[in-house]
Structure formats: C-alpha cells, structure tokens
Design a protein around this ligand. Structure first.
Ligand SMILES: [Zn+2]
Length: 328
C-alpha cells in the first residue's frame, strides 16, 4: 500500500501538468475561440471562416497522412483544450473517436462533410476472409478488387473535399459550427464564409474551363491512391488508381507490370504520383509506355508554406494545372 502511494502522487502531478499545459495553450490564444481540426484542409477552412476570432490547429499537419495517423497524448491535450472540434467524417479519421474519448472533452464535434452526397469508394471493400493477398487491387478486367484503407470498408469514399461544390458544404458547416460556439462572431463568420464561397465558385468555374481544353479521349490519368473519386465525378477526368505503389511499400515487379499494362490498354496519356516514388521506377514506366510524367498531385494534405498547395484553393489550382499540362 505504502509503496503504491508515491506512484499515485506522480500520476497526480502528471495529470495536473497536463491540465495546466492545456490551459496555458488555451490562454495563449487570448480571447480567441480555440478550435482543433483533424487535418490540414479543414484547418485552412476554419482559419478562413474564423478570421481573427479563431485560433485553429490541425492534428494531422501538412504533408501528413490522416488515414494512418496515430494520435499522441499531446493530441489528447490539444483536443481537451479546444472549444470546437472539426472533423471530416465519412470514415476518414478512424482514430478520432477514441481520441475524443481519451481527451474527455465536452466541446462539440462538427462533421464538416455533413450533407454531401457520399460516393462509394473507387474500389469495393474487401469481403470477409479476403486477406492482404487481395492488395493491391487488380485493375479493371482482373476480377474482384479490394480496398486499402479502413474507410473503404465503410463503403464510402471519404475524400469529398476533392469536389469544390462539396467544399462549399464543408464551409457552411464550419460557419454554422463557429456561430454556435461563438454567437457574438456571427457577422464575421457569415461574411468570411460568403466571401470564400465566391472564391470557390470562381475556382470551380476555372477547373471546368481548364478541363474543357483537354480532348475528351485524353481525360484519364494514373494515380497511386484512390483519392480523386469526387473530382472525377464533378469534372470528368478519369483516375485509374494503382494502389500498392506508395511510400509505404516498394513497388513490386507485378505492380510495375500492372501500371504498364493499364497505360497501354486504356491509352492513358499521363501518370501522377501523390508521394515521392522512386524516380527510376517512374522514368522506366514512362520510357516503356510513352506516357508523360505529370508530377505530383495533392489530395489529403496541404503543403507547408511556401509549398505549391499551402491552401485548399492553391491545392486545387495546382492539381488542375498539372493535369492540363500533362493531358493537353
Ligand atoms: Zn486519402
């Protein structure tokens, strides 16, 4: 019993320290509404709509992968100190529920995608009993395919922000959440959101004009991760995802053969990589097929400034610019 006491005391000190750290962080933001977003794109939107009234951080920062994120005790403190939590939903942040529980927060959680029409994942979910041998999924014509991420198992593609029209829905949900959490800021949030929705309207129109410059038969590209289903549905670019080629796993001879076969069979003019992939592999595929290397598209994370995708609008303009350059 007596031997247990010092351990308890230490635990109490740790808890106190954690609480005061969280309070200090909240206090450091002055009078601002302390908001935490699950990943960088939502952080961008909260900052734009919230303006000066809001201090917002992202749990999964620039260039990081929210699909496979492992929250830390520090994240629980950040969530615990937040007065509003903004998540994507649609199964994107499989780790978020436990984090919210662990933080013991009572702050409201805004599901920013609420109201979008969800699309099924580009690949159907794996059936029970299907093992890793199903991954990566074969391309069209090769039979049953399996999903790679937990979100695919939910039967919903979580990347709804890749449609600019959906982005408008996200922004109105964020605006409404901010107004509920901070009613005094209502006019600010409404004005900021309205101005930004105008900007999104211009972005959407610009993407449509850009796609119109690509001959219809050439509107297809290879990507390495199936993040562009909503973009494809809105803008009529076909994305042929070749999963298994990522920074996580080295591309096998079979992966490379599959990419080359897809490019040839489907006359795909260009290939893109979302992450850094062995440049020798990319050059080899390009040399064997004559397909153009389009560069890097950004889907699930912004880049840190001054990167090419430091905001959502910059990300979308970068992506359509690269696609047009490669396909025209
Ligand atoms: Zn993704």
């Amino acid at each position: 019993m007596r031997r247990g006491l010092p351990a308890l005391a230490v635990a109490a000190v740790v808890v106190l320290t954690a609480n005061s750290a969280a309070r200090a962080q909240a206090a450091g933001n002055g009078d601002k509404l302390n908001v935490v977003a699950s990943f960088s794109i939502l952080r961008d939107w909260v900052a734009i709509v919230g303006g000066d009234r809001v201090a917002v951080s992202a749990l999964v920062g620039p260039s990081a992968d929210a699909h496979v994120y492992a929250p830390t005790p520090r994240d629980a403190k950040i969530v615990g100190a937040a007065r509003l939590i903004v998540v994507n939903g649609l199964g994107f942040e499989g780790w978020m529920d436990r984090l919210v529980q662990a933080s013991a927060t009572r702050a409201p959680v805004i599901v920013a995608s609420a109201g979008v029409v969800p699309l099924p994942p580009p690949y159907p979910p794996p059936q029970a009993g299907e093992g890793k041998s199903q991954y990566p999924p074969p391309l069209a014509g090769e039979g049953r395919v399996g999903g790679r991420f937990g979100n695919a198992a939910a039967g919903i593609d979580p990347h709804a922000w890749q449609s600019v029209r959906n982005a408008e829905i996200y922004v109105s949900n964020i605006r409404d959440g901010l107004m509920r959490a901070d009613p005094q800021g209502r006019e600010t949030y409404e004005a900021n959101a309205a101005a930004y929705v105008q900007e999104l309207g211009r972005l959407d129109a610009d993407i449509r004009r850009a796609v119109a410059t690509i001959p219809p038969a050439r509107r297809k590209v290879i990507t390495t991760h199936d993040a562009f289903g909503y973009f494809a549905a809105d803008y009529g670019i076909e994305f042929v995802a070749v999963q298994g080629v990522s920074t996580e796993t080295e591309a096998s001879a079979r992966d490379i053969a599959r990419i080359i076969r897809a490019i040839r069979e489907q006359n795909i003019p260009a290939l893109f990589f979302e992450n850094a992939v062995d440049p020798r592999l990319v050059r080899r595929i390009a040399a064997e097929t004559g397909a153009r290397i389009g560069g890097t598209l950004f889907s699930d994370a912004l880049t840190a400034p001054p990167g090419p995708a430091a905001t959502y609008v910059d990300m979308m303009r970068h992506n359509i610019g690269k696609i047009v350059d490669a396909l025209k």
